[in-house]
Design a protein around this ligand. Structure first.
Ligand SMILES: [Zn+2]
Length: 128
């Protein structure tokens, strides 16, 4: 089936991605300046806090700086321009809308993400 997600609210995702990009750049700068000190999360609204904690977890669990996360956000913005946003980079399936809501920068559907985490397929984004 070739069904290019006409209902995705592209502009809304773009705004969220740009917002994240700024946050990440800011938090990377802050991290560089302050090491692993906590960012003032009480200045964020509740929705941002949830996402922000998730981002921090991802960054910490990967054991890397926010760089790879920032790359994901930039690539997602490129896919928005291309009109391929919401398609899994590996299998081409449409990524679930709930997954995109939670992780608008994700390049993979949940199935492929699980395979990547299990080492069954290559993560083309991280390999790039
Ligand atoms: Zn996939």
């Amino acid at each position: 089936m070739n069904n290019p997600s006409p209902h995705l609210e592209v502009r809304r995702f773009e705004e969220r991605l740009r917002h994240h990009q700024k946050q990440l750049e800011h938090s990377m700068l802050a991290a560089a300046e302050q090491g692993r000190q906590e960012v003032a999360e009480d200045t964020l609204d509740v929705a941002d806090q949830a996402v922000f904690s998730y981002q921090k977890e991802m960054i910490f669990s990967q054991g890397t700086e926010g760089h790879s996360q920032l790359t994901l956000v930039r690539l997602a913005l490129e896919r928005l321009q291309d009109g391929t946003f919401g398609e899994c980079l590996h299998c081409g399936q449409t990524i679930g809308e709930k997954r995109l809501e939670a992780l608008p920068w994700t390049p993979y559907c949940i199935e492929c993400q699980e395979k990547i985490e299990a080492g069954q397929i290559e993560d083309v984004v991280r390999a790039a």
